[in-house]
Ligand binder design. Sequence first.
Ligand code: NIG
Ligand code: FE
Length: 418
Amino acid sequence: MGDLLITGCSQLLTLKGPTPRRGRLLAELGLIRDGALLVRDDRIAAVGPRRRIERTREARRAEKLDVGGRVVLPGFVDSHTHLIFPASRANEYERRIAGESYERIARSGGGIRATVQKLRRASPETLRERALEALRRFAAHGTTTLEAKTGYGLDWKSELKTLEILHELHQRQPLDIVPTFLGGHIVPREFQRRPEGFVDLLVRQWIPAVATAGLAEFADVFCDRGAFTIAQARRILVAARECGLVPRIHAEQLSHTGAARLAVEVGAASADHLERISRGDIRALALSNVVCTLLPGCGFHLGIAHRAPARELIRAGAVVALATDFNPGTSPTLSMPMILSLACAELRMAPGEAIAAATINAAYSLRRHDRVGSLEVGKYADLAAFDVADYREIPYYFGVNLCSVTMKRGAVIHSTTN
Ligand code: NIG
Ligand code: FE
């Protein structure tokens, strides 16, 4: 690949600035009006005002791509997804609308366990094809990097099957997939009477095996009522850390358990959900490098009124990120633009804050802020162009996909113009 000059960026949001973003700096977008980018191979070679960039000799010789006066920003980094699942749970959706709660459906044999039962029977080909289709849609909504968790297998064979699919997908399509081992999603049915036996298995066998084989970078645990206790989650995450897997945690979603403090204690990369955190938790998180990954798709889809205190977290100086939590039970969306709309309307985040949370801070939570999350020289040319006149219109026009071009490592992977 030679050089490529990208012009026609009416607003170019570079997201250049301190990383991670805290407090007031979260709204700092590094906006350039009438901006341009020079891309060399898969990286950004120059970025700035068009008039300056296009004057250079390299730019004059480069192939040209005019994105037509659109808003250009770094590709979204979706730092929390459950990419691999066999089917929707639309039946449960209808039951919830009729009044049954998520937890009650889970206790009656639905929920995560229903998905586990199906995934164990699904062929790797079916799961892979389904995920490939989802990945094409992620790309069409402007996402260029995503984290993906296991956790619907929960026996060794099916967890391994999921991890192998994730690795294959990473090779076979353009988006970067960051694998997280979520063996601690829920206690599977066969261990229901002896959950400690399952934790032993995770800690003594599965986590070391995943780490040794280099199959995941992160390990996650669902610490909540109906899933794992604090003591169990601590054992799992400490074991993971000892093996070199970086902890992440599903924390304080349905009940307050102390999981946010556990995230700080074990030095987790991220504590996700946080709908039920206390003031003390906010202070502890703000003093740490744990990213507070908010997932407003869940509250919306489940119709739960409790919201994560985004404003308080930002004010306290915590690192806030946003993600879809793409999964069949609580957040079946892969649209980051929709997540931005929810973050603005329901969590009262400013559009600029939501964009920084969905790019540079999310990249930081995946330990990839040196490569993605902002448009700076040396980073991957991962970007999305939106068919709007002002970046605030990305969340403003909710429920519609206005992403017209997505580029991953210098290659156009989605375009509505051809
Ligand atoms: O992030 N909370 C645990 N895991 C998912 C839900 C998974 C499911 O219901 O299938 C979540 O919300
Ligand atoms: Fe999740």
